[in-house]
Design a protein around this ligand. Structure first.
Ligand code: GDP
Ligand code: MN
Length: 379
């Protein structure tokens, strides 16, 4: 789960990282009083869980409380990268001498944590990283050793950060580990004109499995970059969008993962991961099919179910009922095996939908779904 900037900075402050004074509100009228309390001149910042707010006009300086109210009203009416702005943070402005970038991220590819840091932080960090990768230091961090002062000095040195950054780097590592985060990022970490280091922005992604997260932040809605994933999450589906053309539905994460591999082995690419678990109800089937069929890249759908506790006839019944709720526009290949498979197949045969095909083996079903997807005209 991604935290909002104001939540991230709360964690930073608790771990002794300097953040400018700030307050959050969802009301433009209240923004005026808050600005007065912060000294009149403030930075008004959209609170949305997406980057690039500055470039989108979601971070603006207001010279006085009346301007803060006007600016807050304008930003509260914005949508940034598809995220409606529901709250703004008003922060005491700081005079910036230099902007740095620092982050720790769990790097699954290398199986460890990475410190990423640059002396050229700010809104152009992606461009800097693309044009001059050498300007961004990437240093592996062994989680068993963590970021000691010596390790932090190595990171600061590699990135060209000032010596005062060592203390911030050690504290930021504490945020990552103590808060069960998968990512902590400060961009920009600034040196003010008075020589102090302060975190002007913060991004924290917490591990959804962490007990701490649930206790402190509760059931805050998850963030989904993909609209289909957002729709699926809202419907309680265990869905991950992928880039291929064969939609996949299965029961049990292991079976679905294996199905993705088999589809790939047939020369096609899976369009999603969708595990219906033990739930074969018509609603889950209809919701799952609806999400998958909404993906314009999908050209066929493969339902792969091995009936255990969930009997195949219950799954077939769910599919038959779902066919009445969802307008099937693409071929559907169903493979039912295991508990009550024969009865399940008979139910689907009786429904005799022209776009529904049945296969008896997983390989056969994947081959058929892949062939149908590759034969279909890209729409
Ligand atoms: P982002 O665009 O979503 O990453 O939002 P940031 O919070 O990082 O703000 C974008 C940019 O606005 C920063 O890189 C700073 O250059 C600038 N900015 C943000 N807060 C302040 C501030 O208090 N004072 C000044 N001078 N600039 C600020
Ligand atoms: Mn930023």
């Amino acid at each position: 789960m991604d935290l909002y900037e104001h939540q991230a900075r709360e964690l930073f402050a608790e771990h002794g990282i300097v953040v400018p004074r700030a307050e959050v509100t969802d009301s433009a009228a209240r923004a005026r009083g808050i600005a007065r309390g912060l000294g009149g001149r403030v930075v008004v910042k959209a609170q949305v869980r997406t980057g690039g707010r500055g470039k989108a006009g979601g971070v603006r300086l207001a010279p006085d409380p009346a301007a803060a109210e006007r600016t807050a009203r304008r930003i509260l009416g914005m949508e940034i990268n598809g995220h409606p702005v529901r709250a703004v943070m008003l922060a005491e402005p700081v005079d910036i001498d230099a902007e740095f970038y620092v982050s720790y991220v769990l790097d699954r590819a290398s199986g460890t944590f990475l410190a990423i840091a640059s002396a050229e932080g700010g809104t152009e960090i992606e461009e800097v990283a693309a044009a001059r990768p050498e300007a961004v230091a990437r240093i592996p961090v062994d989680p068993a050793e963590g970021v000691t002062a010596a390790k932090a000095a190595q990171i600061a040195d590699a990135a060209g950060l000032p010596p005062e950054a060592v203390d911030v780097l050690v504290r930021l590592w504490a945020v990552l580990t103590r808060e069960d985060a998968l990512l902590v990022e400060v961009n920009p970490l600034v040196r003010t004109t008075t020589g102090q280091l302060a975190a002007l922005d913060g991004k924290v992604t917490l591990d959804d499995n962490a007990r701490f997260r649930r206790e402190r932040w509760g059931a805050q809605e998850a963030t989904h970059d993909d609209p289909l994933e957002a729709e699926a999450a809202a419907k309680g589906l265990n869905y991950v969008k992928l880039d291929g053309e064969v939609g996949v539905i299965g029961n049990g994460a292991g079976l679905v993962m294996a199905t993705l591999d088999v589809v790939a082995g047939c020369g096609a690419r899976p369009a999603d991961f969708l595990d219906i678990g033990g739930g074969a109800s018509a609603r889950i089937m209809a919701d799952g099919l609806h999400v998958i069929l909404s993906d314009p890249a999908v050209r066929s759908v493969l339902v792969n179910v091995f009936g255990g506790i969930t009997a195949c006839d219950a799954v077939a019944d769910g599919i038959v009922q779902a066919l009445d709720r969802v307008h099937l526009t693409k071929p559907l290949v169903v493979r039912l095996d295991g508990n009550n498979a024969a009865r399940g197949r008979a139910l689907l045969d009786a429904r005799a939908h022209p776009l529904v095909h049945q296969a008896t083996t997983m390989d056969g079903a994947a081959q058929q779904a892949a062939a149908l997807a590759l034969a279909a005209n890209p729409s």
